[in-house]
Design a protein around this ligand. Structure first.
Ligand code: ADP
Ligand code: MG
Length: 695
């Protein structure tokens, strides 16, 4: 029996699949009825007239009014797919997949044929047949690299525009150009009921069509005192609702995977310890959850459902039957701090607009209740009115690379709806410069051109490209692919020790990256066997995904005529050196047991308790890390020990080696070059050149 993604069996006790022996006919009929019940259906004719008469239209409607699932179908039914596809972008992968699946069902066709989806590393469309294509905004952005006018598409729906995801914001600028060049395209921007006027204005005062809402009142309660533990607070609230209320599903907004899993476990656990309590179906939903498990949130259930979600359930996925919302007031965001030049995942308070969206989820099908785990005062005084668009708070390195290769030379002049702070652009350019992707004048280098080809973050592309020179591209392909999927190892409740022991057997003590490589190689040696993976507490499905990603990256390498070479499993140093070439800006120096400071910024950070590095028996003087995760402390995630000489060799703009005692066998130390001055000079140079270009 398979121990796989936890949700599969952990909550299995509560999962009772109803045997729905519904005939095809009856099913399609209810589908049709469901479609016709949606608010957008009642205004279909007016809406399609506005679309016919205008190239660009903004459509606003409450979550659940049918924008995402219906618009593409209306366009198809009205003949807009005759000379091209109808594309629909989503900021989130989960939504792209789930909605494509739903629409293929509504149209009664197989997913991947007439209706398909495309997300990074996963293309489920058919060249000949696909008419409706759901995709992430990142995928469409990449497609614009190959075809700047997006000629494959006759219509593009930019969905969830209110989310203001980084890629959507960049696409706005690109689509505005496309609209100027192409007469035969329809562009539809859809938004929940926030910020819609901004979109209309940006695209040149285009018409805005509002779908009349059908919402019910939601009663709202705040916590009386500030709670220290929001997971515990939410769990208690969920149990109270379950014990004291009649039917209606519960939706809990949590921060991310870890908190969601803990919440699900605690609810299920406490319910089983109570007597005479009706069963409850506890379901997690977050972006990295495999799609078959995600689909369970939409399945009908005879018991109360309690869905524990990230902010994906705010607007991207519409859940019917939710009557109670529990809002922690938090979400997990990637936040870029331009002062230190780093991205970090951070648990952050949501905005008031998000909080209202969350509450609204309780009033879709009838009156509802929203319980907030934070106080009224916090809501009024500490939450921002609106959330800050991603473009203003994340690392723009990838965007800069993409735009540079689209020949947008002067980023400070690109059509951004809300231009990112100049600091962010400059810092991202600076990061690309230190990686060798931009030259001193801010133009793409050979390295930069190669990097654009890979759908990876710049440091990962750099590692892969450098590994060819170091003679270990086979190994690096695996490592980079392993970093592109979430959690390889699983740690089921109650079997922690057993799974930790299994994990430790794979440890390569110098490096978490090499540990990943080792896991993959072992799996390969066992003929890519899923059972082998499960037995070793490894997600078989995740490894399968790694294998797919690897083969796609391999194809790109082949197209670029890059050498496939291998250090043949004996020389790990070259692999570590190649890792260092992409991550020398994330270098840290030891300060205490397991405690480090970032070499550039002096910010303290610690090894993650699950790091293989602890297997060395001592902690190495210098390490580089993949990313920093801020929770109670700043944890370095995925760490490799490095030789300080490599840092000096690969990141000469930052580091030089100082021979402290004149004896290289003795303590070596590394000196910071005038990094800050360097940064400032480089930025001044970029500003000077950009201004020159403008004049
Ligand atoms: P909007 O985009 O306006 O928020 P949607 O088109 O997403 O609205 O949702 C319309 C309806 O389709 C909702 O009632 C929702 O429950 C249903 N729906 C959407 N996705 C799925 C799915 N994957 N499975 C079942 N029903 C779905
Ligand atoms: Mg939608």
């Amino acid at each position: 029996d398979e121990v796989d993604y936890r949700a599969d069996n952990q909550y299995a006790g509560a999962l009772k699949k109803k045997n729905e022996a519904v005939s095809e006919f009856a099913k399609s009929k209810t589908m049709k009825e469901q479609r016709e019940y949606l608010p957008v259906f009642s205004v279909r004719e007016e809406l399609m007239t506005v679309i016919r008469d205008n190239k660009i239209v903004v459509i606003v409607g409450e979550t659940g009014s049918g924008k995402t699932t219906q618009l593409t179908q209306y366009l198809l039914e009205d003949g807009y797919a005759k000379d091209g596809m109808i594309g629909c972008t989503q900021p989130r992968r989960v939504a792209a997949v789930s909605v494509a699946k739903r629409v293929s069902e509504e149209l009664g066709c197989e997913l991947g044929k007439q209706v398909g989806y495309s997300i990074r590393f996963e293309d489920c469309t058919s060249k000949e047949e696909t008419k409706i294509k759901y995709m992430t905004d990142g995928v469409l952005l990449r497609e614009s690299l190959l075809d700047a006018e997006l000629n494959q598409y006759s219509a593009i729906v930019m969905d969830e525009a209110h989310e203001r995801s980084l890629n959507t914001d960049v696409l706005f600028g690109i689509l505005r150009k496309v609209a100027q060049k192409r007469r035969d395209i329809k562009i539809i921007i859809t938004s929940a009921t926030m910020n819609a006027e901004r979109f209309s204005e940006f695209f040149g005062r285009v018409p805005t069509f509002t779908i009349p809402g059908r919402t019910f009142p939601v009663q709202q309660y705040f916590a009386k005192t500030i709670q220290d533990d929001y997971v515990d607070g939410a769990v208690k609230q969920a149990l109270t609702i379950h014990l004291q209320n009649g039917p209606g599903d519960i939706l809990i907004f949590m921060t991310g995977q870890e908190d969601i899993e803990a919440t699900c476990f605690l609810i299920a656990d406490r319910i089983t310890k109570l007597e005479n309590v009706p069963p409850i179906l506890v379901l997690p939903i977050y972006s990295q959850l495999p799609s078959d498990i995600q689909a369970k949130i939409f399945e009908p259930s005879e018991h109360r459902k309690c869905i524990v979600a990230t902010n994906i359930a705010e607007t991207s996925l519409t859940l019917d039957g939710v009557k109670f919302v529990i809002d922690t007031g938090l979400c997990k965001l990637k936040v870029y701090n331009p002062k230190i030049g780093m991205d970090a995942l951070q648990i952050t308070p949501i905005s008031q607009a998000n909080a209202n969206q969350r509450a609204g989820r309780a009033g879709r099908t009838g009156p509802g209740v929203c319980y907030r785990i934070y106080t009224d005062t916090v809501f009024r005084n500490e939450l921002l009115e609106n959330n800050i668009p991603e473009i203003q708070r994340t690392n723009l390195a990838n965007v800069v690379l993409l735009l540079k290769s689209l020949n947008v030379d002067n980023l400070l002049e690109f059509d951004f709806m809300d231009p990112p702070p100049q600091d962010n652009i400059l810092n991202s350019m600076y990061q690309l410069w230190i990686l060798g992707a931009l030259d001193n004048t801010g133009n793409l280098t050979e390295m930069g051109r190669k990097m654009v080809e890979f759908p990876l973050d710049p440091p990962l592309s750099k590692m892969l490209i450098m590994s060819e020179k170091f003679g270990c591209s086979q190994e690096m392909l695996t490592i980079v692919s392993m970093l592109s999927v979430p959690s390889i190892f699983f740690r089921p409740k109650g079997r922690e020790q057993e799974s930790d022991a299994a994990r430790e057997k794979f440890y390569v003590p110098e490096s978490d990256h090499l540990t990943y490589l080792h896991v993959y190689d072992q799996w390969k040696m066992h003929n890519y066997d899923q059972e082998w993976a499960t037995k070793h507490f490894i997600h078989g499905k995740a490894l399968k995904k790694v294998r797919e990603v690897r083969s796609q990256l391999l194809d790109i390498m082949k197209t670029l005529k890059m050498d496939l070479n291998s250090s043949s499993g004996t020389d790990w140093d070259v692999v570590r050196k190649a890792i260092c070439s992409g991550y020398f800006h994330n270098a840290a120096k030891i300060k205490g047991i397991g405690e480090y400071v970032n070499l550039r910024t002096g910010i303290p950070c610690v090894l993650h308790p699950a790091s293989a590095i602890y297997g060395l028996g001592f902690t190495p003087d210098y390490v580089v890390y993949h990313e920093l995760v801020m929770t109670s402390k700043e944890y370095m995630q995925c760490v490799t020990s490095v030789d300080p000489h490599w840092l000096a060799e690969l990141g000469p703009m930052f580091f030089s080696v100082k021979q402290a005692y004149g004896n290289s066998m003795m303590k070596r130390d590394i000196e910071k070059e005038g990094v800050r001055e360097m940064e400032r000079e480089m930025q001044a140079e970029i500003v000077r050149r950009q201004t020159e270009q403008r004049m």
